[in-house]
Design a protein around this ligand. Structure first.
Ligand code: KIV
Length: 298
């Protein structure tokens, strides 16, 4: 790993898939979601190794109650904006609900759209052993795949809602077997969402590929947070997410000050205005006066 991003944000090229795999047991991977160009720039300036164009866009930026309504076209729209700005992070596209579940053909077709129409070079799919054929088809076609186990929001209805998974011996064993199956199928990394920390640690220790946790404790090989949760821009922040800034409050205060200055006539100030040369102003005044004299005569 010579010039793989070191967390300083100074990297000149995105990490390769091999860089990501080789980071396991060497350094923690940092992933952040982003849905547009400014988000990608902020994520990279902060030193993120990976940017996930998550289907969480449905909730964070489109204001919907869950992630399942976001379409391929909407995901491509966000992915294009992120890849237009990203320079140093590996950008991972999130395959939306029902874009791959039906089988390898649909998975390949939609993955191809992410590659050709949005410049995405790696994809994330939610699910365990049931999507191994899709993962094998994508990896076989040369498409790097990140897995996603534990709480898989696209299947929340089948999981009894948005709640922690693998909290029983049976659930933990199922998680481990799914994780090993995804690794065998060729995934280069795997998100573990909302699973007990000791379970995530044990699964991580049994995999050769890195795990990236969200609500899965400190012993995953990396962490991912949703951009709006990290920056304090969410209406609702899950317990496992940490806000490192309160940009929502900062932004509302800025808007309130703008509104006050507009109402008081303090904005725009002279420095925000454009000038007109005095001779041009005078010429126009003369013309206006002439026009009004002429109109007065009519
Ligand atoms: O869509 C998303 O943001 C995700 C992360 C929570 C891992 O899948």
């Amino acid at each position: 790993m010579t010039d793989c991003p070191s967390g300083s944000g100074a990297a000149k090229r995105p990490p390769t898939i091999l860089d990501i795999i080789n980071a396991k047991n060497v350094r923690k991977l940092v992933m952040l979601t982003a849905y547009d160009a400014p988000g990608a720039r902020i994520a990279e300036a902060g030193g993120a190794d990976l940017i996930l164009v998550g289907d969480s866009a449905a909730m964070t930026v489109l204001g919907r109650p869950d992630t399942n309504s976001i379409s391929m076209d909407e995901m491509l729209h966000h992915a294009r904006a992120v890849t237009a700005a990203a320079r140093s992070a590996l950008v991972v596209g999130d395959m939306p609900f029902l874009s791959y579940e039906s089988g390898p053909d649909d998975a390949l077709r939609n993955a191809g759209r992410f590659f050709r129409e949005a410049g995405i070079r790696a994809l994330k799919l939610e699910g365990g052993r049931q999507i191994v054929p899709q993962i094998k088809a994508l990896v076989g076609a040369g498409i790097p795949v990140m897995g996603h186990l534990g709480l898989t929001p696209q299947r929340a209805a089948m999981l009894g809602g948005f709640k922690a998974q693998a909290r029983t011996a049976e659930g933990a064993q199922k998680l481990l077997e799914d994780a090993l199956a995804l690794e065998d199928a060729g995934c280069f990394a795997m998100v573990l969402e909302c699973v007990p920390a000791p379970v995530a640690a044990a699964v991580s220790a049994r995999l050769r590929i890195p795990t990236i946790g969200i609500g899965a404790g400190p012993d995953c090989d990396g962490q991912v947070l949703v951009f709006h949760d990290l920056l304090g821009l969410s209406d609702f922040r899950p317990r496992f997410a940490k806000a490192y800034a309160d940009l929502g409050r900062v932004a509302s205060e800025a808007v309130a000050e703008y509104a006050r200055e507009v109402r008081e006539g303090a904005f725009p100030a002279p420095e925000h205005c454009f000038s007109i040369r005095p001779e041009e102003w005078q010429a126009w005044q003369t013309r206006l006066e002439a026009d009004s004299r002429a109109n007065g005569k009519e």
